[in-house]
Ligand binder design. Structure first.
Ligand SMILES: C[S@@+](CC[C@H](N)C(=O)[O-])C[C@H]1O[C@@H](n2cnc3c(N)ncnc32)[C@H](O)[C@@H]1O
Length: 256
């Protein structure tokens, strides 16, 4: 079974303070700022290429792309910095300036699947995934960073949803999480009940993830407990409104 609670920002309120964490996919650093404010980590590693997605890292090419990368790493090849582009350079600059005073923050301008080689095993209490949303890359990020988690660490990530937009953009987060759960000892601990839901995974409740869950269960925050089988049918449904854009309604109901 897993729990459902309202939002990813609220979830952070229950993180044990002083953890070592990483965020994959940072953009302007808005969620990084929320993590810093609520969870007071001792270290927060921000990983983003602030550049275009690499050719081949999307859609049907991605498995071959990641396989070639694996072989390059096995040969000991180094990885180049991501290609520069003006918008990326400017966003990177804004993030550096935004967190310049924060000694806990380390900024890594690189793709997650390349940056991962620079992190020690069992280093992180929590890792948040919000980078490339392609099935193969999400699965690879889950596998790579699971090894970088301390025992009892928390692996969580954004955009656990399916809808027309996700199909158009070739998102594969739900499928990647399901595959990862089948191939590992991780289990689904929690989903947030909001458009663009966040998922939380853990193997054991002996470390950070367990302390987080205890803090949450001791609180009065509204929670729902649901059976595991429901998670894979989670969808955002678009309800047309009389005025304004459609309302996104998180749903476990198939069809319609
Ligand atoms: C949705 S934004 C992240 C938003 C941020 N997490 C937040 O909630 O404020 C996605 C970001 O992922 C980055 N990205 C894409 N592929 C990536 C990869 N392989 N590794 C790390 N970041 C990646 C993009 O450059 C982009 O800035």
């Amino acid at each position: 079974m897993f729990y459902v609670m309202t939002s990813r920002e609220q979830l952070l309120q229950f993180f044990p303070k002083g953890g070592v964490g990483a965020e994959i996919g940072v953009a302007e650093g808005d969620f990084s700022a929320a993590i810093l404010a609520a969870a007071c980590p001792s270290e927060l590693h921000l990983i983003d290429p602030w550049s275009h997605l690499e050719p081949g890292s999307e859609r049907l090419d991605a498995a071959g792309f990641l396989g070639a990368l694996h072989e390059a790493r096995a040969r000991g090849d180094g990885f180049e910095a991501p290609p520069h582009n003006q918008a990326g350079d400017e966003q990177h600059g804004r993030v550096l300036a935004r967190f310049a005073g924060g000694e806990q923050v380390r900024v890594h301008r690189q793709y997650s699947y390349k940056a991962v080689a620079g992190f020690a095993e069992a280093m992180f209490d929590f890792v948040y995934l919000d980078g490339n949303h392609n099935y193969e890359v999400v699965l690879k990020d889950l596998q790579d960073f699971a090894v970088r988690l301390k025992p009892g660490g928390l692996l969580f990530g954004h955009d656990f949803f399916e809808d027309d937009f996700a199909s158009r953009e070739h998102y594969g987060v739900i499928e990647a999480v399901n595959t990862f759960l089948k191939r590992s000892d991780f289990r689904l601990l929690m989903l947030t009940w909001e458009p663009f839901s966040t998922f939380c995974l853990a193997i054991s409740l002996d470390g950070f993830a367990g302390a987080f869950l205890t803090n949450l269960l001791d609180s009065e925050v509204p929670l729902i407990e649901l059976p595991d089988g429901l998670a894979s049918s989670y969808r955002d449904k678009a309800h047309p409104r009389r005025i304004g854009p459609p309302r996104r309604i998180p749903s476990f109901v198939s069809g319609g």
